[in-house]
Design a protein around this ligand. Structure first.
Ligand code: CS2
Length: 489
């Protein structure tokens, strides 16, 4: 760590070239509890709120990590300050000050519950990734170990759902107004899914509480977007050198960011729109377009690119056959029939995404995007496949990324490389039973209810997936290139 460390005390010494909070941090108050202060939250929502605190000081953030203490241990000595690197032709640094408090639920549960019961807290936001919702399909997974735990010990929760409900229960008992619960995760209808899971959980505890939540609590939907590569030592080194002091956990993202929020807040909200967010009641259109036209192709790049032994998105986009497949996938197989927002220009949106993917300033690792495939693919690609089947359109190209995921899982399992996925163990056990025969292997994976229950009944999907899996052969770069030449067309 350089001379000293970024903190309120050293902020003034940071070079003028580094932007910093334009408000008195000591005059701000925590008004938002955020679950999941990973890189994306700190690069995206926390930056939007940092733009608002000068005019609206009551919306500072208490950031809560649910499972680890690393973010707390890294940022608490920095008074919650950290550096955001905006990547572009010239990287711009800005110190973000909107996180006023950082808690780790694992050993500060009571402090988290106290903050949730604080009347000054009027919004709870979440970036807990798809797996954090503990869903099985669209319903709460009552067999999920964290949900089992929380239903047995509702006053000592460990899941996001458990904390949200415990906080609401305390406010109800104290006669306080509820907070609004805003999901900021890559899920279609994120607010609707979260509301359903919260109510299903609350009904198991107390029908009266569930009824109160149903009437009093808003769960607005939102769509979030900014490509945010994981922090690495290279970034830490660049930031500390430019700051002249240490920053234990800077974050980085592309200059582009979008936040579309449904205006359904029962207990007040900051003027998100003043920081560039879009307030809209057509979140479904925005999140379908983003999940299907950006996240789906991202996952396709992750698995096909990994099988080609490619490291980053930008590098993958320099591989003509893969880049060509991705572009055709977007324009010819995802965009048709996409129910997008009124006035949406799919061509321009796709052009912009391809440009963002090609950004040479962004070293977005395919291995990072490949995480949690069991949670991501149903949200990102299966909906497009289902719509194409219903419309009688071809699905061979759409099934190639899904088949690539199966080969990716099999390759990781056979190489003994850890699979970052909440279903990692069961995926590995399936993969190690595979023998390379398309029908046998695909059918073994299709048995996985949590991933394929909603789509494996479609015979055309099963046939197309088996065919795509066979097209990828032994999943060597040579056979993947051959499959891309076929490309499902
Ligand atoms: C990526 C997303 O890691 C992934 O799965 O597809 O994090 C993507 O970078 C963001 O959704 C972009 O807004």
């Amino acid at each position: 760590m350089g001379a000293g460390r970024l903190s309120d005390a050293t902020l003034a010494a940071v070079p003028a070239s580094v932007a910093r909070p334009r408000y008195d941090r000591a005059a701000t108050r925590v008004g938002i509890v955020h679950f999941g202060p990973g890189a994306f939250h700190r690069a995206h929502q926390a930056a939007y709120l940092d733009d608002l605190l000068a005019d609206e000081p009551d919306w500072a953030i208490c950031a809560v990590s649910l499972h680890s203490t690393e973010v707390r241990d890294a940022l608490r000595p920095q008074d919650g300050l950290y550096t955001l690197a905006l990547l572009g032709e010239a990287t711009r640094l800005r110190v973000i000050g909107s996180i006023r408090e950082i808690l780790a639920a694992r050993d500060e549960r009571d402090a988290v519950l106290a903050r949730l019961a604080d009347p000054a807290v009027r919004i709870v936001t979440l970036t807990i990734t798809e797996k954090g919702y503990c869903l099985a399909g669209d319903d709460l997974d009552f067999a999920h170990p964290e949900i089992v735990h929380d239903l047995a010990m509702p006053d000592a929760p460990c899941s996001a759902i458990g904390f949200v409900v415990a906080g609401l229960s305390a406010r109800r008992r104290a006669g306080l107004a509820a907070y609004t619960v805003l999901s900021c995760d890559n899920l279609a209808d994120n607010g609707g899914k979260l509301r359903r899971a919260v109510l299903q959980y609350a009904r198991r505890l107390d029908a009266g509480l569930a009824g109160w939540i149903e009437c009093e609590v808003a769960f607005p939907r939102s769509m979030v977007d900014s490509i945010t590569p994981a922090t690495d030592d290279a970034l830490r080194g660049r930031v500390s050198a430019q700051l002249g002091c240490g920053d234990a956990w800077p974050v980085q993202r592309e200059a582009y960011a979008q936040w579309v929020i449904e205006d359904d807040f029962r207990n007040g909200r900051p003027a998100f729109e003043k920081a560039g967010a879009t307030i809209s009641d057509d979140i479904a259109g925005y999140d379908r377009a983003k999940l299907r036209l950006l996240n789906g192709p991202h996952s396709a790049l992750a698995y096909l690119g990994s099988l080609l032994r490619i490291e980053t998105v930008a590098e993958a986009m320099r591989e003509p056959r893969l880049a060509g497949f991705i572009e055709r996938l977007m324009r010819e197989h995802v965009a048709p029939g996409l129910a997008a927002p009124a006035g949406f220009d799919a061509t321009a949106y796709i052009d912009a995404i391809l440009e963002r993917f090609r950004n040479p300033a962004i070293a977005h690792k395919l291995t990072q995007i490949a995480w949690d495939g069991s949670q991501k693919l149903p949200v990102r690609i299966f909906g497009t496949i289902a719509d194409a089947l219903a419309a009688g359109r071809g699905i061979d190209a759409l099934c190639l990324p899904v088949a690539a995921w199966l080969h990716f899982v099999r390759r990781q399992a056979n190489a003994g490389v850890a699979l970052v996925d909440p279903l990692g163990d069961v995926l590995v056990s399936i993969a190690t039973s595979c023998n390379g025969n398309a029908r046998y292997d695909v059918d073994a994976f299709l048995k996985l209810d949590a991933v394929f229950a909603g789509i494996r009944g479609e015979a055309r999907f099963v046939a197309a997936l088996r065919n795509a899996y066979a097209r990828l052969g032994d999943a060597t770069p040579q056979s993947v290139m051959k499959a891309l030449a076929w490309g499902g067309t």
